[in-house]
Design a protein around this ligand. Sequence first.
Ligand code: CTP
Ligand code: MG
Length: 382
Amino acid sequence: MKRAAALIVAAGSGERAGGGMPKQFRPLAGKPVLQHATDLFAAHPGFCLTVVTAPRDHVAQAAALAPDALCIAGGATRADSVRAGLEALRGTAPDFVFIHDAARPGLTSTMLDRLLDVLQSHPATAPYLPLADSLRQVDVDGALVGCPPREGLVRVQTPQAFWYDAIVKAYAAWPHDYPSTDDLEVGFAAGLKAKLVDGAIGLHKLTVPEDFAMLNAVLSPALLTRVGSGFDAHRLGPGDHVMLCGVRIPDQRALIGHSDADVGWHALTDAILGALGEGDIGDHFPPTDPRWKGAASSAFLAHAAGLVQARGGRIVNVDVTLICERPRIKPHRAAMRAATAAVLGVAETAVSIKATTTEEMGFTGRGEGIAAQATACIGVPV
Ligand code: CTP
Ligand code: MG
């Protein structure tokens, strides 16, 4: 199989996008912009190496996001960055090179396959989109001065993919001081026969601030809302403290259980598992298993939160009600909220802790035990 390399140009300063840092390091749809492309190339079996060109003072930041890639300093212009990247690939001498703007995070493996396919028979290829708007020429004051025809004109995107030797030669022949905004132009000037493929809206380039909201909406997976509920009760017995929602509260008695018997977090763990449709806490942490004897219930809660994350979902909000006459919960509510938010990895505003008595009725009213119920709302990809 022919060997392909990726050259991701990420050495621009992102002037037009604003945002206080180069746009390729800003978060979008769950991770930094640059990492979308580096992760994709790293996961594709057809690519043996990724080179990333970064601004000189951001090379280490790029390397942290793309540990498998070779990260080097780019140049003053995009073309200079491409030249630096092609040079860095010299030792590897790949058959193909995919030159890609880091500012286009919506790359897919389908697109890589489409371009790889064309490279089997053509030295150059790139994705393109038809023009939907009319093309008009205006002067600096906005006065209409020309109406060029649209026929045959398209917009091109990246990755622009080439036979490595051919694009290296093309760049060698392109004057250093002559501007170019893409590689297809450089290849075309050198006579490379390019065949373009269907582009994708998701490959839109982040250029101005509005592009962030637009691409975020396109690239973020649609989430389905799911709700789960949980209930738990533990008997009170001899002891000197109770654990409730991660907070140790001194008391003349203790909650009896296999683990630390934190009813609040047990109910909440069940609520999250319920929202996922993943059974209950006993399925994941059998009470017969000695590993969980005296265990901190944070492990159960963190496990449930980890399952949400593994599904690509997120916790929207949780609500816990503790049911007991004693201890008084109110003085500990803020600490419980903070502890719960920390384990779940959500903002404290996403956590509610409430308490009620049962007016001295039933087992909680008689002080035989403490109960808790919880609700969790999560979003999971459709
Ligand atoms: N690029 C690069 N080296 C440069 C300039 C640009 O590697 N000297 C990269 C950018 O990081 C981006 C891609 O080329 O991924 C496309 O360029 P552009 O959208 O113009 O990005 P910036 O130059 O960063 O933005 P601006 O022109 O608004 O400053
Ligand atoms: Mg630029």
